[in-house]
Design a protein around this ligand. Sequence first.
Ligand SMILES: [Zn+2]
Length: 338
Amino acid sequence: MMTLALVVGVLLGCLLITALALWIGLKLSKGRRSGFSWALAAMVIAFVGWTAVYWGVTHIPLPETWWPAPYLALLGAGMIAVLWAYLVSLVLLRTTLVQTLAAWLSTVPAFVIVWLLLHLVVRNYLLEIAYLRSNSMAPTLLALHHVGTCPHCGGTAYVPYTTNFEYEPPGARYGMCKDCRKSCLVREVGSAIFRSDRFLINKVVAPRRWDLVTYRDPLRQVRFTKRVVGLPGEEVYINEGKVFVNGEAVPLPADMQGLEFSLHQFDGRPALWGTPESPAVLGPNEYFVLDDFSIRGHDSRMWTTPFPGHPPYALPRSSIEGVVGWILWPEDRMRLLR
Ligand SMILES: [Zn+2]
């Protein structure tokens, strides 16, 4: 629930800063309804309308072959947003045209401040929207993908969008089932390409076991997302698909039932670390992280380039950006995780 509280807090902060500016504008232009509660109510209604306009412009099917379409849609949305602000003033605040202009112009610096706060403070220290480039966290988080049928249960299998078929048998693709959460060879893959999930990284909470964490790779500084399975001070290995911590199998949470972690990749390469023969021993502030799409994953089991000062399999706490708190988009995959 922490992520939801953070989102509500950030939204309230944005509302208060802009409503304060509108209130000052109404006072200065001697508006008829210049109390702070009127300014706040007007800003809330304005935000609701602008959100609806944003939803509309991102959901209207545009003709893809006509290049000015997105620009015209943006221009139209901007005009509707301005008209909406004018109507809110006229009806709710009973302002004249000049007062409306004065009141809303005084909010411009507030919106600049909000924009700066969102980019410099919120994005760096509290919340950030992100997406993935690989499907190694499927079926929990998806990048560009196709959809097929799972041969185990007949459910929906997600198949990564890729042009590299080197290790796949002809006529079949490796996928990950949404329903039984098993990796599978999918024979019939749809040609439609589905887009990547958008999710919120919560940079405030500390990672717990089974959380999804994001970090940047030590060499290329590319963002990755993996699942925490081993915590500082623990000894971790994988056996028969299960995670063992300090010699005992750890049960999976309800939303992960069926998932199995592998000791090899689909090209046959064996795991280097976290095997029964060479368990991963984690020091203070070190985590062992795995991908859900285990046979395609390149995770703590396989790493060869260590974070400086740590064993190759360890993800240090200082490199973790945050915990995936909320899958925001697409709507049918929306889910609050922390
Ligand atoms: Zn299945």
